[in-house]
Structure formats: structure tokens, C-alpha cells
Design a protein around this ligand. Structure first.
Ligand SMILES: Nc1nc2c(ncn2[C@@H]2O[C@H](COP(=O)(O)OP(=O)(O)OP(=O)(O)O)[C@@H](O)[C@H]2O)c(=O)[nH]1
Ligand SMILES: [Mg+2]
Length: 385
């Protein structure tokens, strides 16, 4: 299969319940945005969300993340509604996952496993596939060790893992597979690093388009470069970075990079698994942080805050960031007033609103990019004198 085809691996059919232990007692809004995103992701793999359970407590319970009473409530819902899988927003320890599976009688996964499952459905290139398998094994190995010690024999329909890596007899196989994957990834990552270094040698400034899934990164990349990379409203359509050069003006040609999307509360282990994609963002001269503006102001505020802090965690210099709001056609009322409400002054970053679909304001965006790059190279020249 070609790298730029959308792969539609078989979706998982069945009913799901969402579960969250909310630790911030005073939060009455943000948790809802996070649960909505979780619902979005769950539906993207084919499941139907039929109910949800939210418990408020300053800290998760050790045994099953949620309390005994809530576990019973969950069990009843699972039986009554013929639920196939429960998906937790919180990240579960292996022991909590095992206790929950036993108590509720169906499979239980957390947001991290869910994200890996979506990646798995979308992955078409070899490096992504290996990185996903490595991350899954990393997460599941402690679970299987624990399950083996407890002689836990319930088969798990999700991830097909019960059959593939089932328990004690196959733990050795799992360890062997992890080692061989690590080796393969190591080789591919070295190749990728070499490619990044070669691109740097060409001397073009690199502009990376980063942002949340479905923000329209690939659509903008295509609109700016004339490429035809796959675009869709399924999360994580792009897993491996895409590159294309573009002439902006007689002084400036840049290399645009389209990258993997973010989710809220992105797990740091995922960043580690997809290190090479994030290396593309970190090593760029300019990062376009792209946001979809057809959402409410609060969601946008949260994404702005988290987006900046994520880029900081990856190691991006804050002076290299430019905010671009996309899908202006869906929200033409996006005005100075909205921009004030977003507290953009806090970020001290240039911003612009565009529509990748209608190609609105793309020229202004290119001017902004060119000016920002020139400003940067002037600073570099001055600081080297
Ligand atoms: N109305 C409108 N839709 C857009 C615009 N840009 C992108 N879209 C739509 O938004 C959806 C997501 O677009 P993509 O370009 O695949 O988004 P992405 O950020 O690359 O997503 P991932 O690769 O999954 O992270 C698609 O259905 C696009 O058609 C826009 O300017 N206006
Ligand atoms: Mg994309």
C-alpha cells in the first residue's frame, strides 16, 4: 500500500460506556470538553457510546480508579445495555484494569490504549506500525504479567491480544518481540534522522504545521504546497510527517511539514513513541500552531493553553510559534471580540485566521511566514556579530 492512501482497517463494532474520575471538584466545564473529545475518539473507531459514568473525588481509588459503588453501577449498565467495552478517560494501572475487567465482565481500556487503537486503524507506513506495536506492548506487558500471576484466564476481545500474547506461556514471546521491534525502530529512526539532517543541509527554512487532530493541518499543507495528501474527518489521518517545498517570494522558499495531530492531555509515553514525528516539530524554524475555530471559545482557550504547553514540552522555542486559526468559512463571525476573549495577548505571538478549504487569507499567511522568517534570520545575524 502506498504511504499516502487512507487505510480503513476494520472498525470495532459494539456498544461502549465512557468513565471518568474527575479529580478537580471545582471543574464543571473542562471535564465535559474532555469527555466530548473522548466520545469523538471512541466513535471514530466504530463503537457506539451508550452511556457514561463520572465520579468526583480528589484522587482515584487504588483498586479500580472509581469506587466500589460506581463499579457496581457500571456492571449493571454493562449487563443491561449489552456493552462490549468500557473506556476510561483516566490512565489505568494494570492492576486497576484487571480488577475492572473482572468486576464489570467486559473489556476495559483507558484513553491511552484507545488512542493507540485509532493509530493502529490509521497506520499505513512501517515505522508508525512498529511504533504503535511497541507502545501497545509496553503498556500491555505489565498487565499480562499480573494476569499470568493471578491465573486470570478471561479472553479479551479488544486488541486481539488475548490470543496473540496470552499470558504466562507467551510472555517470553512478548519479550522477544519487544526486543526485535525496538531494534527495527532504532534502524528506521536513524534513517529518519539522516533524512532530517539532509533536508537541513539544503538550507531551506522549515515550517511545520502542528495542532490538534482534524484542525485541518493536511488541508492547509495541501493548499499551501499544491500537494494532494489524504484529508478526512477521522482523527489521526496523518500519522507520519509529509514534506513539500514552496516558493514564497524571490527571497524565500520554505519546506513545509505536515505532522501528526495532538489530543487533549496527550500522554507523554505517546510523545516518546512518536519521537521522530515530534523531532520534525522541534527542529523546525517556524511552527504553525493550527486551531479549528468552529468550536466554542472555552474549548479553543483550553486547546491554546495545552497546545503551547505541549510544544514547550517537546522543546520548541516559544519565539518560533505562530497561531493560525482555520475553518474561517465555518465561523465568519470570528472577530476581534473573539480574539480578545481568547486572551491571545498572553501568548505574544502573531496570529491569523484562514480557510484552507476556501483558500481565504493564504497570501496574508505566507507574508506573515516570510516576515517572521526574515525577522528571525536578522536576529540570528545580529546575535552572531
Ligand atoms: N469547512 C472547512 N473544513 C475544513 C477546512 N480545513 C479542513 N477542513 C476539513 O476538516 C477535516 C479535517 O481535515 P484534515 O486536513 O484531514 O485535518 P488534520 O489536522 O490534518 O487531521 P489529522 O491528520 O487527523 O490530525 C476534513 O474533513 C477537512 O475537509 C476549512 O478550512 N474549512
Ligand atoms: Mg492530517
Amino acid at each position: 500500500m502506498k504511504d499516502d492512501e487512507i487505510k480503513t482497517k476494520k472498525q470495532i463494532v459494539g456498544k461502549a460506556i465512557l468513565c471518568m474520575l474527575k479529580t478537580n471538584v471545582h471543574d464543571h466545564v473542562i471535564y465535559r470538553i474532555k469527555l466530548n473529545e473522548l466520545k469523538d475518539l471512541v466513535e471514530a473507531i466504530g463503537l457506539e457510546v451508550v452511556d457514561e459514568i463520572v465520579q468526583v473525588r480528589f484522587k482515584p481509588y487504588e483498586i479500580a480508579c472509581i469506587g466500589k459503588g460506581k463499579v457496581q453501577e457500571l456492571r449493571k449498565k454493562v449487563i443491561n445495555k449489552d456493552v462490549k467495552i468500557v473506556i476510561f478517560y483516566n490512565l489505568l494501572k494494570s492492576s486497576q484494569k484487571l480488577n475492572l475487567i473482572k468486576a464489570v465482565g467486559c473489556d476495559v481500556i483507558d484513553r491511552y490504549e484507545l488512542t493507540l487503537e485509532i493509530f493502529d486503524q490509521m497506520a499505513s507506513d512501517n515505522l508508525s506500525k512498529l511504533q504503535i506495536e511497541a507502545a501497545k506492548l509496553e503498556k500491555l506487558a505489565p498487565f499480562y504479567k499480573l494476569a499470568a500471576n493471578l491465573n486470570f484466564t478471561q479472553d479479551r476481545p479488544f486488541f486481539h491480544s488475548g490470543g496473540e500474547y496470552a499470558f504466562r506461556s507467551q510472555l517470553r514471546e512478548l519479550t522477544r518481540r519487544r526486543a526485535s521491534i525496538r531494534k527495527e525502530i532504532g534502524t528506521l529512526v536513524e534513517e529518519k534522522k539522516q533524512q532530517i539532517a539532509n533536508r537541513k543541509k539544503l538550507g531551506y527554512p522549515v515550517v511545520c504545521i502542528a495542532g490538534y487532530y482534524n484542525a485541518g493541518k493536511t488541508s492547509l499543507f495541501n493548499a499551501l504546497t499544491g500537494e494532494k495528501k489524504p484529508v478526512s474527518d477521522r482523527p489521526f489521518t496523518t500519522l507520519s510527517s509529509k514534506y513539500q517545498k514552496r516558493f514564497i517570494d524571490h527571497e524565500t522558499s520554505v519546506l513545509f511539514i505536515d505532522t501528526i495531530g495532538f489530543v487533549l492531555d496527550l500522554d507523554h509515553r505517546l510523545i516518546k513513541s512518536f519521537q521522530i514525528n515530534f523531532e520534525d516539530i522541534r527542529s523546525s524554524d517556524l511552527v504553525i500552531l493550527l486551531f479549528e475555530i468552529s468550536v466554542d471559545t472555552l474549548t479553543l482557550q483550553l486547546k491554546l493553553k495545552e497546545g503551547f504547553s505541549l510544544l514547550k514540552d517537546i522543546g520548541v522555542d516559544m519565539n518560533k510559534i505562530m497561531i493560525v486559526f482555520n475553518k474561517l468559512d465555518k465561523n465568519p463571525e470570528f472577530t476581534e471580540k473573539t480574539i480578545k476573549e481568547l486572551l491571545l495577548d498572553l501568548y505574544d505571538t502573531p496570529y491569523i485566521a484562514v480557510s484552507a478549504k476556501d483558500r481565504t487569507n493564504l497570501k496574508d499567511l505566507l507574508n506573515l511566514i516570510s516576515n517572521k522568517l526574515k525577522e528571525k534570520s536578522t536576529i540570528n545575524i545580529i546575535s552572531s556579530i
